[in-house]
Design a binder for this molecule. Structure first.
Ligand code: ADP
Ligand code: MG
Length: 288
């Protein structure tokens, strides 16, 4: 049977915009000492701005941007949304067919009958396109059309205003280890981790790599302690269900993530996690 005060705890949490799907998760939260975060959309806003456009091989900057935005037109990834926003030309989706979105890589599509690949260095490698190095700090979208390299677009994300506080509060609440996982580049991952004071960062990960790291961290932690994973759900539903406690961002998060999660933060604020821990500890004191 579930002690009555768990209902009080769940109710208190919901009034703070924290949806807890069961008293057991509230109890587990009080025993958590490893917190693993996804980067994009979780610790960062996930609303990217195009900051630089570097066309190559005689292509015009506008054409590079338009082609990338078209190839990405059916993607709901934050990167795609930023390209749609930056592109001033009207985008007609009927020009785009045969779209494949590859998690952790990007997209391939047929635009006006041409084969287009838009994504990161991994995707270019798979398409056998060699790309020049890029010094810009940001997430880079490379574009190739019919096997020819068209250039790169740099987009920048921002950390959420409460993210640094969130990490600081978690350490004060007794969390032993904070880890960030990202499919983004090492340079971007390390810059964000440094800015937020995270203990550990793993970059250039595919969704399956994220599951593998979470499994390793689960095996390493003290047996009586719990591990929580916090994500926005874009490409990370498998990790959400693998962690002891899966926490999803409710505003930005996908329906699949909200479904897979044990706790949902309705306003996407990472600082709400320490609020949830406080409520869980208070609830347990009442129960015991
Ligand atoms: P994160 O792990 O930071 O949440 P994702 O797993 O969603 O990021 O994506 C990892 C990386 O894969 C991105 O940084 C980007 O380089 C590439 N990528 C994924 N989806 C797309 C897309 N639709 N367009 C371009 N690049 C993409
Ligand atoms: Mg993500």
């Amino acid at each position: 049977s579930i002690p009555l005060s768990f209902f009080g705890g769940i109710g208190g949490a919901s009034r703070c915009g924290i949806l807890v799907k069961g008293g057991n998760y509230l109890e587990a939260l009080a025993q958590t000492d490893v917190m693993v975060f996804d980067k994009t959309g979780t610790l960062t806003k996930g609303t990217f701005q195009v900051t630089e456009i570097h066309p190559q091989n005689g292509i015009a900057a506008q054409d590079l941007l338009e082609m990338a935005a078209l190839a990405e037109i059916y993607s709901k990834h934050p990167i795609s949304l930023s390209l749609q926003n930056a592109c001033t030309a009207p985008l007609d989706s009927s020009r785009v067919t045969n779209v494949h979105e590859i998690a952790g890589h990007g997209v391939t599509a047929c635009v006006d009958g041409r084969t287009v690949a838009a994504g990161n260095a991994k995707l270019m490698e798979e398409c056998k396109i060699s790309v020049p190095p890029c010094d810009s700090l940001g997430t880079i979208v490379y574009l190739a059309v019919d096997g020819v390299y068209w250039g790169q677009i740099v987009i920048a994300d921002e950390v959420k205003p409460d993210a640094a506080d969130a990490i600081c509060l978690l350490k004060k609440a007794g969390i032993q280890k904070t880890v960030m996982l990202t499919g983004d580049s090492r340079a971007v991952g390390e810059a964000v981790a440094r800015q937020l004071g995270l203990d550990e960062v793993h970059a250039q990960l595919l969704p399956a790599d994220k599951v593998e790291i979470v499994e390793r961290l689960l095996a390493e932690k003290a047996p009586n302690k719990k591990l929580a994973f916090i994500g926005d759900g874009i490409n990370d539903a498998p990790v959400l269900s693998r962690a002891d406690i899966g926490i999803a961002m409710g505003g930005l998060g996908s329906d699949a993530a909200i479904e897979a999660a044990d706790i949902v933060l309705m306003d996407d604020a990472p600082s709400k996690i320490s609020t949830a821990i406080r409520i869980s500890k208070k609830t347990l004191r009442i129960v015991r």
